[in-house]
Write a protein that binds this ligand. Structure first.
Ligand code: NAP
Length: 242
């Protein structure tokens, strides 16, 4: 059984990634936090691809919940390890920094950055022992370029980009790759309050991206073909930023 974990697999990009990995034959652990019904829909779509999986509830900002849930899962499946982890769960809480509350800063850092440490560190040992693993982090244009109103989110995503590059070098010799995918504007719940008509005028391709267009790159990075790609950040943004 080849197992992949997708954090925030209940909706948006995480759902498309779960379906892509199912297509590639992975047994998919679909993590969710609050949207159980949506996670069930993702799992259904995974099964429609002829694969299987299960939903796993935990808050990626909680080290305790992560270790309890994933620890119990691994204990119940001796001899199996999680070969692919997609750190995708994320939130935005935008505000101009002058007005930003500590809580808005900390919530975004906890969910988007600290989650990377808690989830990845817990799973990495098995990947190293087995000398094969794929760690794929969903970051953002915001973490490369910085976007006004997103000092918290830009800081978190830039943090994950730095950690991706550092960890990639730490474990490259063990055949465990660590890469990031940086989407621009993608049509999901996260962007539904944005002014699409105005924003798409700035995008060379003249449109928002689809979750499946991000999932395609994640799928490539998870594949055997990407065996010599590590420490990379791949933009998926319709030409908005290079
Ligand atoms: P979305 O549609 O809002 O979905 C967010 C997902 O993250 C949901 O499945 C949600 O699960 C999960 N999540 C949020 N907080 C969580 C927590 N504490 N613990 C576990 N899961 C949690 O967002 P999306 O657009 O698909 O974004 C996915 C990733 O892409 C994020 O990291 C985001 O920053 C990044 N990204 C998105 C865009 C874009 O334009 N959409 C652009 C650049 C980067 P529940 O609903 O179950 O809580």
């Amino acid at each position: 059984m080849n197992v992949a974990l997708v954090t925030g697999g209940s909706r948006g990009i995480g759902r498309a990634v779960s379906v892509k990995l199912a297509e590639m034959g992975y047994y998919v652990l679909v993590n969710y936090h609050s949207s159980k019904e949506e996670a069930e829909i993702t799992l259904q779509q995974v099964k429609e691809k002829g694969s299987d999986g299960e939903i796993l509830k935990f808050d990626v900002a909680s080290q305790e919940e992560i270790e309890q849930t994933l620890g119990s899962w691994l204990e119940a499946h001796p001899g199996i390890y999680i070969r692919v982890v997609v750190n995708n769960a994320g939130i935005r809480k935008d505000a101009l920094m002058m007005w930003m509350k500590n809580e808005e800063w900390h919530d975004v850092l906890n969910t988007n950055l600290h989650s990377f440490l808690y989830v990845t560190r817990f799973l990495i040992k098995d990947m190293l022992i087995n000398k094969w693993g794929r760690i794929i982090n969903v970051v953002s244009l915001s973490g490369l370029k910085g976007l006004p109103g997103q000092a918290n989110y830009s800081a978190a995503k830039a943090g994950v980009i730095g950690a991706t590059k550092a960890l990639a070098q730490e474990i490259a010799k063990k055949n465990v790759t660590v890469n990031a995918v940086a989407p621009g504007f993608i049509k999901t719940d996260m962007t539904k309050d944005m002014d699409e008509a105005q924003l798409k005028a700035m995008i060379p391709m003249g449109r928002f991206g689809k979750p499946e267009e991000v999932a395609a790159i994640v799928g490539f990075l998870a594949s055997e073909e990407a065996s010599y790609v590590t420490g990379a950040v791949i933009n998926v943004n319709g030409g908005l930023y290079t």
